[in-house]
Design a protein around this ligand. Structure first.
Ligand SMILES: [Ca+2]
Length: 147
């Protein structure tokens, strides 16, 4: 009987811990490329210091929290900011500098070109703008490279 009480208590603690660890809002799916950010063990760690989410926020997480609309991250405001101060906007780092991406759409940009918007040492490399071409102007950008 003692073991079953201990089992119930463990279950309650596990469920409670899970509930406490859950974000008050979930940015998953509301921001692009969270699963492709280098230097993060989980999507949660794009915003949080801890890989498990919850607790302290990093620079990008602070930007997200400061730019909620109705409790939902406002990508149109977040993308133009540079959370880590590396000279590249959050949109450039997460593959959507021009704000064409909408929640529910496939991730924009090239996954291999995504950089960490919370780490100033992680920034886009290569020919400027090539990685971010996701618009109808893509052909114009490509032609401009060969003029
Ligand atoms: Ca940046």
């Amino acid at each position: 009987m003692r073991k079953s009480v201990a089992g119930v208590l463990a279950g309650v603690v596990a469920v409670f811990g899970y509930a406490v660890g859950r974000p008050t809002f979930s940015s998953l799916g509301l921001l692009p490329n969270l699963g492709n950010v280098p230097g993060t063990a989980t999507e949660c760690q794009v915003c949080h210091v801890s890989a498990g989410g919850g607790g302290a926020l990093n620079a990008f997480g602070g930007t997200v929290q400061a730019n909620l609309t109705g409790g939902v991250p406002d990508w149109s405001r977040i993308r133009v900011l540079d959370s880590d101060g590396d000279g590249y906007s959050n949109g450039q780092e997460l593959g959507d500098p021009l704000g064409y991406w909408q929640p529910g759409q496939p991730n924009p940009g090239l996954q291999t070109k995504i950089t960490n918007p919370a780490n100033a040492m992680s920034k886009p490399t290569g020919p400027s703008g090539v990685q971010i071409v996701t618009t109808p102007t893509a052909w114009g950008v490509i032609k401009a490279l060969f003029r």
